[in-house]
Design a binder for this molecule. Sequence first.
Ligand SMILES: N[C@@H](CCC(=O)N[C@@H](CS)C(=O)NCC(=O)O)C(=O)O
Length: 230
Amino acid sequence: VVQAGAMKPYELYYWPSIQGRGELVRLALEEAAAPYVDVARTPRGMSAMMKLIAGHGSGLAPFAPPFLKAGALVVAQTANILLYLGERHGLAPKADAGRLGAHQLQLTAMDFVAEAHDVHHPVGAGLYFVGERIPKFLGYFEGVLSKNGPFMMGPRLTYVDLTMFQIVAGLDYAFPRTMKRMNRKIAGLRALHDRVKARPRVARYLASERRLAFNEHGIFRHYPELDLAR
Ligand SMILES: N[C@@H](CCC(=O)N[C@@H](CS)C(=O)NCC(=O)O)C(=O)O
């Protein structure tokens, strides 16, 4: 546990006028009596936040607030921030089973928060996903890859690359016209997808009966009417 008086204040970055997901981090910081600055609520704080999101030069710039700066470290994703703070401030069990158990509950709580958020945006969700969210997320991942390459986390394959393969493959299946249009903007992800697909173990798996075909019951479903027009 870090002594409150002895440390440089954390910097919390979150939208200044809502509780939102940032509140889950504020609650942990407050309970830990950890000194912190709520940066976006200070003068010029918003532009500092937007600069970190734009992430010039960083292969791990946050996709979205909240994120926490602790010295040189920038940690994003609410559950990830809490994993970090929990460990440092005695707000989580120490042994693997409990530590990962708390993280598991937190990730589930974050899924639930996302669903609560979706209640406000039920109209035109398909169009919004194709027109705004696919370009924003893939653009973000493409940026990470171009900075960190050849793999998402640098020189070696990690599970993140396997997930990127599946996301590109799934989007190709579900939104072929959108993905065709995105092709030039995601050249790096496309190449990563192809390299992962060609890895001997992955290729063998994909060719086997162990690999289920995409279908209309999974995450990625092909509904042509939700895809961009031809
Ligand atoms: N899974 C992320 C979600 C982050 C997120 O969606 N943040 C919102 C505010 S609560 C945001 O600003 N999103 C911008 C965007 O998704 O484009 C987390 O738990 O931190």
